[in-house]
Write a protein that binds this ligand. Structure first.
Ligand code: HEC
Length: 147
């Protein structure tokens, strides 16, 4: 009778066991990272970013109107009204900044620009261009200090 084959040839080698542990560790690591990132994302407040995204879209549409020579009050008043309403929530969106004097003054100036624009709606493309520029520079002024 011949000797049975040595046991070591049938069990997985040490190297493949290490490889398995390494791959399993990587997979578990990736899963844990994705879960952690999703948990962090879920806890984030999406309101500030969303408010700014909608304001950016409205400001962009206002600029587009002007470029396309659609400068009547019915083209532009809805944009200005939406921007004005959204501007009410600047302090709600950034509770950490609401007590900052510079933030307050940027927010007030932005609302004042829109109040003026709504009180005297742009009747032609030249006045719309002036308003769009003023709105844009109010956005930029606040971003320079706080973004
Ligand atoms: C009174 C201050 C203030 C005004 C006015 C303001 N913003 Fe912002 N905006 C901020 C702050 C603060 C941030 C940074 C948000 C953050 O990263 O948490 C920001 C961020 C943004 C962002 C990036 C948002 C993101 O999550 O990626 C956009 C786009 C933006 N603003 C557009 C505008 C536009 C367009 C206007 C004008 C129509 C405007 N903002 C007016 C304060 C302001």
């Amino acid at each position: 009778m011949s000797d049975p084959a040595p046991i070591t040839t049938r069990t997985p080698s040490k190297a493949s066991r290490y490889l398995f542990v390494l791959v399993a560790g990587l997979v578990i690591g990736v899963i844990a990272t994705v879960m952690a990132m999703r948990a962090i994302q879920a806890r984030q407040d999406h309101f500030p970013g969303s408010l700014m995204t909608v304001m950016a879209k409205q400001a962009q549409l206002l600029g587009d109107s002007q470029k396309q020579n659609r400068c009547s009050i019915s083209d532009t008043a809805p944009r200005l009204q939406t921007l004005r309403a959204l501007a009410n929530d600047l302090e709600v969106a950034f509770p950490g900044l609401r007590d900052d004097e510079r933030f307050q003054s940027h927010a007030s100036r932005f609302r004042a620009t829109l109040n003026d624009a709504l009180a005297k709606p742009p009747a032609d493309c030249a006045s719309l261009a002036a308003i769009a520029q003023k709105v844009g520079s109010d956005c930029k002024a606040c971003h320079q200090d706080f973004k």
